[in-house]
Design a protein around this ligand. Structure first.
Ligand SMILES: CC(C)(COP(=O)(O)OP(=O)(O)OC[C@H]1O[C@@H](n2cnc3c(N)ncnc32)[C@H](O)[C@@H]1OP(=O)(O)O)[C@@H](O)C(=O)NCCC(=O)NCCS
Length: 148
């Protein structure tokens, strides 16, 4: 059976959490080189250009090293996108991505955004967080104009 690893809110800050030694917090400008390195290590899954801004990212850190990141890019009052989700291969299957997604969703809820979008290969992971391909009467449609 999976051990329950629930993040604990620390310092009374809703965007600063500790999960068994993993710190979750909002990213700082100084984190961007480490964030970009993580993103660069997954060219197949993650868009390498127009990376979201530091203020949009949450990061997970272990012993001061950034080992995960995820951004909420807000497009309008109506819609935002969860982007650039990656967790270092040595730290997977512990719920780190799940918590990063949840931090983005909490931020979106605080901003009163109605819909959060994800274009992802990690479908099962997002399904578990309530994302689905069908929402009420609407479908999200995508037309690819150029493959690369
Ligand atoms: C996709 C990715 C971000 C997932 O990161 P992660 O931190 O391993 O994700 P989680 O631990 O939250 O969840 C992964 C799985 O572990 C399970 N899990 C979560 N906590 C767990 C725990 N304590 N013990 C065992 N399993 C656990 C989750 O239920 C999930 O199961 P599933 O594979 O059946 O859906 C990571 O694999 C990655 O960086 N991949 C490369 C980049 C990428 O594909 N990004 C997504 C494109 S947007």
């Amino acid at each position: 059976m999976r051990s329950a690893k629930l993040p604990v809110n620390i310092k009374g800050n809703p965007e600063f959490w500790n999960m068994q030694g993993i710190i979750f917090r909002q990213a700082r400008l100084a984190d961007m080189p480490a964030i970009k390195k993580l993103i660069r290590s997954h060219p197949q899954q993650l868009m390498q250009v127009m990376v979201p801004k530091a203020k949009d990212f949450f990061v997970a850190a272990s012993q001061g090293k950034i080992i995960g990141c995820c951004a909420l890019e807000v497009y309008s009052k109506r819609i935002a996108e969860i982007r650039s989700l990656v967790v270092d291969a040595n730290f997977r299957k512990q719920g780190i991505a799940t918590h990063l997604i949840n931090l983005c969703l909490e931020r979106a809820a605080k901003l009163k955004i109605r819909e959060v979008l994800s274009i992802t290969s990690a479908v099962k992971l997002f399904n578990k967080q309530g994302f689905s391909t069908f929402h009420r009467e609407k479908f999200a449609l995508l037309r690819v104009l150029r493959s690369k």
